[in-house]
Design a protein around this ligand. Structure first.
Ligand SMILES: [Zn+2]
Length: 172
């Protein structure tokens, strides 16, 4: 991501302009420091606007083409506490995306269902058996013969749960 790269560069520049001596002598930081700080702030703003825009476009697209959208009811705050996952989850703007999906869904009369996230990736989408796997295991392989991508397996489980919550989708 180009903008993130630029942000890192600006942040490095900012830290170079920070003066400990000034701080110790209770003097204000240089005007170059303040300029650099301003640039960092503006870059942060650009990135967050772009993220919001991406979330909105993706959500509109999804709602346009689907009649029902099911997704895991993830507690983003808990996930972000997990350090390995924090960056990818906040970057993906999952929470914003979900909000836009729900907003557009309501507007265009589509169904959106948040399902409890328990065992969605461990459960076999074919037979229901729990197949334990770590986060790094990318495949789902079950004794019943089912063999598919980890995320695809989870997606089928999420859809099934979504459909069972909604009941008779045919009547919509
Ligand atoms: Zn199975």
């Amino acid at each position: 991501m180009l903008r993130e790269k630029r942000l890192k560069k600006l942040q490095r520049r900012l830290s170079k302009k920070y003066s400990k001596e000034r701080k110790q002598n209770k003097q204000p930081q240089s005007s170059n420091y303040h300029k650099a700080r301003n640039r960092v702030a503006r870059q942060h703003l650009k990135i967050s606007r772009q993220r919001e825009e991406h979330a909105k476009i993706a959500a509109r697209y999804v709602i346009q083409f689907l009649d029902l959208v099911a997704y895991e009811d993830l507690k983003v705050r808990n996930l972000v506490k997990n350090h390995c996952l924090a960056k990818s989850i906040t970057d993906a703007g999952w929470y914003q995306f979900r909000q836009w999906v729900e907003r557009f869904g309501q507007k265009m009369g589509k169904i959106t269902v948040a399902v409890p996230p328990h065992y969605t990736s461990q459960e076999c989408s074919n037979c229901g058996t729990i197949v334990k796997k770590s986060l790094s295991t990318r495949n789902h392989k079950c004794a019943c013969g089912a063999q598919l991508d980890r995320d695809f397996n989870a997606a089928i489980n999420i859809l099934k749960r979504g459909l069972s919550t909604v009941g008779h989708t045919g009547t919509w």
